[in-house]
Write a protein that binds this ligand. Structure first.
Ligand code: RTP
Ligand code: MG
Length: 150
């Protein structure tokens, strides 16, 4: 399918409930676009506990899992598919370390995150997971690839 052809050039991002609630959506989107990422899909949704559990299933054995699921389902989020060469790697550089204490100056987590849990933004951690996560939030009809005619 189309999305599989984009392997290496797309990533899935989520502006998390803390950042949405604090009014950081526009400043964060501005930084993302300014860094050269193309928004090819976007939606505002509130995850149920069940969908948050499914999305973070790889972490289900971790001690912080329940707290993570509660947080991610606590309010609206913005889900995004971003297109750029080397999207996954470059985006994780743009957002910074998971714990904002360790996030480099000027990164999104340095600017907008408040704690390890309320860390403002998500970015896929591998090209394979990016494809999986994009399909979790978006159907083919909701994705508008830049490189390819729609
Ligand atoms: P994300 O998946 O949200 O982009 O974050 P990440 O790759 O940088 O970090 P990951 O290890 O995948 O963890 C997912 C989210 O779980 C929360 N977390 N809490 N020890 C803790 O309390 C702890 N560790 C991680 C964070 O919100 C992290 O973003
Ligand atoms: Mg992760």
């Amino acid at each position: 399918t189309m999305i599989n052809h984009m392997l290496g050039n797309i990533t899935l991002s989520i502006i998390k409930p803390d950042a949405v609630q604090k009014g950081y959506v526009i400043p964060i989107l501005y930084k993302i676009v300014h860094a050269g990422f193309h928004i090819i899909a976007i939606k505002m949704i509130k995850l149920s506990k069940k969908s948050a559990t499914n999305f973070y299933t790889e972490h289900k054995k971790k001690l912080f899992f329940e707290s993570l699921v509660n947080f991610m389902s606590s309010g609206p989020i913005i889900s995004l598919i971003l297109e750029k060469k080397n999207a996954v790697k470059d985006f994780r550089i743009l957002i910074g370390e998971t714990n904002p204490i360790h996030a480099k100056k000027g990164t999104i987590r340095n600017l907008y995150a408040t704690s390890l849990k309320e860390n403002a933004i998500h970015g896929s951690d591998s090209n394979k997971n990016a494809i999986k996560e994009c399909s979790f939030y978006f159907s083919n009809k909701e994705i508008f690839f830049k490189k390819i005619c729609n």
